[in-house]
Write a new protein. Structure first.
Length: 252
């Protein structure tokens, strides 16, 4: 009843973030982690590493702006030794992505063999990992997972719009780091709250409210969310990728 009149598909508080520390306007650790998983898939599908399997993931921690730890878990053929897996992935994946690993703690398949992957090995009912799809856990996440939701669900669409606003606030010089938050009541079109702060906690909400329309129907139209973007969001995160309209830089 509320959605058909343009209201929000659910209640909740959604967040968007951007930082000038990378060209993607994303946290450095997230950018590196996605580059590692992209690299794993490229090494597998190109045949450069023939014993790689399709399952794999990465994790990166940053301390004071530098890489502290790198973790890569990669499914592999049972005939590949752990020594070969570690040596090859260090040389062909981690070094090209991270650069020097001097002083960096590197973990590759830390439990040992990883020969069975996918749903046969590890499955559950939680949906996508929210922090993997967003900013790597350094910020709040107010809604449910994005996957499976149409854009009337503000868990997804408003999070995209909040990212769009945060990125453009940084790109237009309002902040070096911007956190945007927006709250909704189910069935109501106008947000209950739109707030934004910079890296020092200064309120820059007026710029967000003036330049961005957070009503659900307006979000859907502005970000073209009825178009078939969603399959491409199934891996490598939803943000920091220029192929999506919520990543467009505009002048405000």
């Amino acid at each position: 009843m509320g959605v058909d009149t343009g209201g929000a598909g659910d209640q909740g508080i959604m967040y968007g973030y951007a930082t000038d520390e990378t060209k993607e306007f994303m946290p450095k650790g997230v950018v590196i982690a996605h580059a590692l998983t992209h690299g794993l898939e490229n090494l597998r599908t190109s045949g450069v590493i023939p014993w790689l399997g399709p399952d794999g993931k990465s994790q990166v921690t940053i301390e004071l702006g530098r890489v502290k730890t790198v973790l890569v878990s990669a499914q592999h053929d049972k005939n590949a030794s752990q020594e070969e897996v570690r040596k090859t992935l260090t040389e062909k994946l981690i070094l090209p992505v991270v650069g020097s690993i001097s002083g960096v703690e590197v973990f590759i398949n830390p439990t040992g063999a990883f020969t069975v992957g996918g749903f046969a090995a590890d499955t559950g009912l939680t949906g996508r990992k929210l922090m993997v799809d967003t900013y790597g856990g350094i910020l709040p996440h107010g809604g449910g997972c994005f996957s499976g939701k149409d854009p009337t669900k503000v868990d997804r669409s408003a999070a995209y719009m909040a990212r769009f606003a945060a990125k453009n606030l940084v790109a237009n010089g309002y902040a070096k780091r911007s956190l945007v938050s927006v709250a909704y009541a189910i069935g109501r079109a106008d947000p209950l709250m739109v707030h934004a702060i910079d890296e020092e906690g200064k309120d820059i909400g007026e710029a967000a409210r003036k330049n961005f329309d957070f009503r659900p129907r307006a979000i859907i139209e502005r970000l073209r969310l009825r178009e078939p973007w969603y399959r491409r969001t199934a891996a490598y995160g939803h943000f920091g990728r220029d192929e999506f309209p919520w990543e467009e830089i505009i002048t405000i």
